[in-house]
Design a protein around this ligand. Sequence first.
Ligand code: AMP
Length: 217
Amino acid sequence: MNLILFGPPGSGKGTQSARLVQKFAMTHISTGDALRQAIRNKTPVGLRAQSVMESGELVSDDIVTDLLRDIIRPLREETASFLFDGYPRTVAQVGNLEKLLEEFHLPQPAVINLEVPDETLILRLTGRRLCASCGATFNIYFQPTRQAGICDQCSGPLTKRVDDDPETVRERLRVYHAQCLPVLKIYQERGALYSIDATGGTDEVFKKIATIIEENY
Ligand code: AMP
């Protein structure tokens, strides 16, 4: 089984992916994480992607697809299922993923779509804080730390993702509606789309996703 966790920025794809790979034997691939790593490592891909990501736009289909191929190739032999988080994000990427999966003799994916209204997404993203030491995630509106700016788990300093500032968040949501939403229609027509209300707490959303997987795969 290959699954795409689809949804706007801030819908909880990363959080849910981390839990899903613990329960189901799946390998998580986040193109956003891979791009951030490329930026940290100052690779040629990272250098090309950095300013695009910081502006809230999408990195080019070719760059992200080549990156994805490079991630899948070494994992292919040891992994039965992939959980794609943040890919595909455009109609062109749907076709690219299809070809990639064929190339690696992997089954075509189903999509779980996390639905969250924009007002909630704006608070989730602009309020998001990450621990620079242990990576724990908090939110100044929904899950504040005991002491402002300090991680509850390891006392490390909290940071913000550069693309979580209000202006870039607005742009990311605009891009999502314009370029990413059309992806859903394709999977809907293929009968491979499951949409859920993802406004609830992490546990509640996780249960909904797990039920879909258990009932269908
Ligand atoms: P994410 O962590 O999934 O929110 O992704 C952060 C940023 O990485 C996005 O705003 C895009 O600039 C870039 N990105 C991640 N995945 C893709 C993709 N599949 N296609 C194009 N750009 C992507």
